[in-house]
Design a protein around this ligand. Structure first.
Ligand code: ADP
Ligand code: MG
Length: 698
């Protein structure tokens, strides 16, 4: 239950002065929610300085001024097209207040003849007269001090007047209670942060432009509160989930040892660390909820395969779900030798299996005859049942979503979950999107891979590039290089992108007959397989593709990649694409073809790609260049919508919040101490009500 101290903040917007049912809709739109607290999170984006108080005679055109005047005369509008004017003056001269479509009764009431008024607005000079059209404020002389100050400017929406919002905001701020201290005192002192209420009012009362910056103490404190609420809530949920019927899965290691022995390489140090973390989780009587994050080619698959063999070795089963058919088959191909060496049975299940073979497979799965299964989302079909699913590995979780991840885990008892992602997103974003998971990272590439030689080439030199490709693929015989040719996303429409890819492959095929294949998202399974197989076998030397190849095509022989209109792709996407080459021991080349009229940002993106292959570094740069929302899209991608925290600006606070949350729950998992009670208020303040429930069971 929400604590009483927060009641004033969770009143509806209509309780604020001037907010009726009609305005409430508009205010709700800008506030992002129906409560007073939502409005309070709507921080100013600018300010208007109304402190300039000249005499009428000295009021310069174009400036915001606050004038103290006497009302002399009303000149009602002669017709609907002309304005209503009110003449006002001080001892230095006369000014006109101009109103279009105004209600005369309101004007007469607001500006009675003979009365003194304070008027603030933008001064204009029109035919020798000083004018203010639709003054922003009209007040009594005693309001002068208050009106002639700095006014915060808020984001608005059509139909909502700044004055209406300003008045409601004033009332909302006045109703803000003092809340208990949920931050660590030492932390507060170190950062020089004010108490919550003071920070909130400071953020709403900018005095200079620099007070609007994300990095002011007030804004950082508010952002931190929001991030802490988010991390604490996610940690509470994670702790709760992990406690749900976890089973210790532990083998004697025989199968794993056999598999490792069969590998033509040794595991890198970070592969070993990650595997150790995974085995530790599996062996504990808690459910594993872990993310394995590593760049394309960093060797996640083998780590996952060894974890799966741990489950099999313990007499249980494992499954791996991939986002596409192509990827599922690749995982099967990559893992089959490992499973064979271990003496375990691995099978494939995709949407393409039908009828009797599918039925037989499902029987073997249910009986435990099949030890492990790799496949697409066909794995979560209702009729798929395991004998005893111990480990669910989900590849590329962003393409699935949390619900599907849990659906697969739901097919077992206390099933451990390992999510793999090759999207190297910055650490701060990882914590936001995957905050409900523990995190293992593969940060180094397997040894022996030469760097990809990345070059940028203007599109005008396409002809040269094609000739160069001709030389690279060699004449007539095999042994030349193999080329990925990526066509750009031209439009939103897939059909148009497709046409571009078809045209390119057609042109290349005329030049290099019999050596060019095409791969795109609209192709049927068998067609795709045929194209892939032809490329894998080396018959096809140039594979023209739309971005479907982004999701994990593994052809180590491909050592050249051409990306047409590289400037149209995002940095992370280009990095993902490039990851398709440079997987073997041969030297690889990536040509980024760019069109004319590069923007500064596009130019910088291409430069970063030329300079580094480190996915995590590229991700940080991407964040810097684009901002978080664009990197991950919106809610759909799992990015929580923050009101006060800006991921690019406050990223460093995220890690602190994560550590803070961990420390808090370590010491006080039930949030039972005084600080714990304050933290509950924080959780309710940010509407993490459900998470508070999990604290109780602590
Ligand atoms: P990811 O799934 O992370 O994109 P993969 O697991 O497909 O990467 O690994 C890419 C390639 O690297 C595979 O061909 C794999 O056999 C190889 N590989 C994995 N680990 C190592 C290692 N420690 N040393 C050398 N090669 C490795
Ligand atoms: Mg376990």
């Amino acid at each position: 239950m929400r604590p009483e101290i927060l009641y004033p903040l969770f009143k509806t917007l209509t309780t604020l002065p001037g907010i009726g049912p009609r305005n409430a809709k508009l205010v709700e739109r800008v506030a992002g929610g129906p409560h007073v607290v939502d409005l309070l999170w709507h921080l100013p984006t600018g300010l208007i300085d109304r402190s300039f108080q000249p005499l009428v005679r000295d009021a310069p055109a174009g400036r915001i001024a606050t004038l103290l005047v006497t009302v002399d005369k009303h000149l009602p509008a002669p017709n609907r097209r002309l304005p209503y004017k009110v003449l006002v003056s001080d001892h230095s001269g006369t000014a006109e207040l101009v109103f279009f479509h105004a209600r005369p009764d309101w004007l007469q009431k607001t500006l009675p003849i003979g009365a003194q008024r304070v008027v603030s607005g933008k001064v204009e000079h029109y035919r020798g007269a000083v004018q203010i059209t639709h003054p922003d404020h009209i007040g009594l002389p005693e309001d002068r001090q208050c009106l002639a100050g700095i006014e915060p400017v808020y984001g608005l929406t059509q139909g909502l007047a700044p004055k209406t919002l300003g008045r409601a905001m004033g009332a909302a701020l006045a109703a803000v209670p003092e809340l208990p201290q949920w931050l660590d005192e030492a932390h507060l002192a170190r950062e020089g942060w004010a108490p919550w209420k003071d920070a909130l009012s400071a953020a709403h009362k900018p005095e200079t432009e620099s007070d609007l910056d994300f990095l002011t103490a007030a804004r950082r404190r508010l952002a931190y509160d929001e991030l802490l609420a988010s991390q604490l809530a996610m940690s509470l949920v994670r702790l709760h989930m992990r406690r749900q019927g976890g089973i210790a899965t532990k083998s004697d290691g025989t199968l794993r040892a056999r598999a490792v022995k069969s590998l033509p390489y040794t595991l890198t140090a970070c592969q070993q660390t990650a595997l150790g973390e995974i085995l530790g989780d599996m062996g504990a009587e808690l459910r594993m909820l872990r993310l394995l994050q590593g760049d394309v080619g960093s060797g996640k698959t083998v780590v996952a395969a060894l974890a799966m063999l741990e489950a099999v070795g313990a007499g249980r089963q494992a499954a791996m779900m991939a986002p596409t058919e192509v990827l599922a088959r690749q995982h099967l191909a990559a893992m089959s030798p490992v499973f064979e060496a271990a003496g375990a049975k691995l099978a494939l299940l995709t949407g393409r299996q039908k009828g009797a073979p599918r039925r037989r497979l499902l029987e073997d799965l249910a009986s435990g005859e099949v030890d492990a299964l790799v496949g697409t989302h066909a794995l979560i079909s209702e009729d798929v049942a395991f004998a005893d699913l111990a480990l669910a590995v989900v590849d590329e979780q962003q393409r699935f979503g949390v619900a599907q991840r849990l659906q697969l885990a739901g097919k077992g008892r206390g099933t451990d979950v390992l999510v793999m992602t090759a999207t190297p997103i910055p650490r701060t974003l990882t914590l936001m999107v995957y905050g409900d998971l523990d995190i293992s990272r593969l940060t180094e590439k397997p040894a022996g891979r030469p760097p990809v030689d990345t070059r940028t080439v203007p599109l005008e030199r396409l002809e040269e590039v094609v000739s160069g490709i001709g030389r690279a693929i060699g004449g007539g015989h095999q042994g030349g290089r193999q080329v990925f040719w990526v066509c750009p996303l031209v439009e939103e429409s897939e059909a148009i992108d497709l046409a571009a890819a078809e045209e390119r492959s057609g042109a290349l095929a005329r030049r290099f007959p019999g050596k060019v294949g095409l791969l795109h998202g609209r192709m049927k399974g068998p067609e795709k397989d045929a194209a892939m197989a032809g490329f894998a076998a080396g018959r096809i030397r140039i594979l023209v593709a739309t971005t479907v190849i982004e999701v994990g095509v593994d052809i180590p022989e491909a050592t050249v990649m051409v990306i047409e209109h590289a400037e149209r792709f995002g940095l992370a996407q280009l990095h993902q694409l490039r990851g398709r080459i440079g997987r073997g021991t041969e030297k690889s080349t990536c040509l980024l073809l760019y069109g004319s009229g590069l923007t500064a940002t596009a130019r910088e993106r291409l430069k970063i790609l030329r300079q580094t292959e480190d996915g995590f570094k590229i991700a940080e740069e991407d964040l810097r260049l684009r901002g978080a929302g664009e990197i991950l899209g919106t809610r759909q991608s799992g990015l929580p919508a923050f009101r006060l925290a800006d991921i690019a600006a406050h990223g460093e606070l995220m890690q602190t919040a994560r550590d803070d949350a961990a420390l808090i729950l370590d010491k006080d998992p039930g949030l039972a101490t005084a600080r714990g009670a304050a933290l509950r208020v924080l959780l309710y303040l940010f509407e993490r009500d459900a998470a508070v429930g999990y604290a109780r069971s602590g």
